[in-house]
Design a protein around this ligand. Sequence first.
Ligand SMILES: C[S@@+](CC[C@H](N)C(=O)[O-])C[C@H]1O[C@@H](n2cnc3c(N)ncnc32)[C@H](O)[C@@H]1O
Length: 467
Amino acid sequence: MPSELRQLVNLLSSAVDTVDGIYEKENATFPALDKPWNPKAPNEILGQSAEVAAAKMILVAAAEQLMATVREPYVALIRTGDGMTMLACLRTLSELNVAEILREAGPQGLNVNEIAAPSKVNPDLLARMLRLLATNHIFTEVSPNVFANNRISSALDKGKPSAELFAKPDERLQGASPVAALVEMFGDDLAKSFSHLTESIQLDPTGATSPMRLAFNVPADQGLFPWMMRPENKKRAERFTIAMHSDSSREVAMGAIYNGFDWGLLPADGTIVDVGSGMGVNGLTIAKKYPGLRVVNQDFAAVVEKAKAHWQEHLPSHIEKGLVEFQTHDFFTPQPITTASAFILRHITHDWSDDQNVQILRRLRDASSPQTYLILIEHVVPSIAEESDEVKKIEGATREKAPEPLLGNFGAAASSIYARDMLLHFLGGKERTVANFVEVFDKAGWKLVRIHRIPGLEQCHVVGVPA
Ligand SMILES: C[S@@+](CC[C@H](N)C(=O)[O-])C[C@H]1O[C@@H](n2cnc3c(N)ncnc32)[C@H](O)[C@@H]1O
């Protein structure tokens, strides 16, 4: 039996054979780390194909497990702090528009004195931050104190001339890819919250006191959403909206909503109620393919106004036909629509505790008929160990298991879902396991009947019917 190290290397080797074989067949080369990222380049598009994506999952899982195996334990523990430090550096460099300055400088790079000049910051400190990141493959140091973008750092690029970003600092993130907004939000709101996790769990062992509340002194009687809407949080709220848009714009581009629950199961003239609809993107996308469906968008008054404008721009015909409604509705209060074929809740349940979810879903159950579907669009957190027999019985509940000796859930290659769960905890919510969804559904009078996994996404459609 080969050693575990050898087994990991063998997995790496066969995954590299797969990737190389696919690229050779297409006469392409795998994207280089030291060149800027171009998501539209054919070799990047090839990297998104199912076969390459599966091989990359093995490569990342095996490489990370190999590192975890060979590192001294104290190094492995202390190194987790490098992630925090790198995030702080990345946020700073993003706010100083460094990726854009380096895009304009090209492959020969730029001396730190010139990188620091537009923002008048300390060049020596900038060089130290860039060196830490470059050592971890974000940016490259071309010659001493001269830095250039690489594939990873260039993904921070907001796509605008740096002069424009410095001239209009309040509009830096608008219209840009959401990556910079995410990095800046993580490095600010979430980093400030990280340090309160320990205190929050001691103050309230149930986890109901979120670290972000503690970090920002959000009054106990005020929800985080209304707090974010306060005038002094305007920039924070705008950044949050742009950062959150990353998920939905990618999903719309992929047509993800069509690849889970079969909307054709609903009566052609049925009614879908998008509860906490935000801009109403979900109902709008479904209505484009199923034009007979009525859509009711429910949210706070100010949000519903934005949804109306969004529909007016993207699907005015549905408004003209009287097939869409915009309702101000608080989902903790009785549900006014009693004729729903389906209630859809995308990224709603993950914002709330189990008890609050039971209240929200109970309101929907009270307004449902035996034919009503409940469809949650959420991430589902896999167990690392094998799922229980109860969970295994649910259609779609289990996932592909990673090959031995990898952790069954692909280990660090699947870490983002667990990190996302913790990020939601900082905000006061959680991502749920299948068993947790079953528990919440049961308590609210729903039966979880199946889970649709969406190809290319961690996100699922969790489907319930009245119990
Ligand atoms: C994370 S966003 C999700 C928006 C939308 N479902 C989507 O897929 O983009 C959460 C939404 O819930 C809304 N919301 C929060 N509390 C609410 C409440 N008590 N009643 C109705 N909507 C609420 C917010 O205004 C926001 O639009």
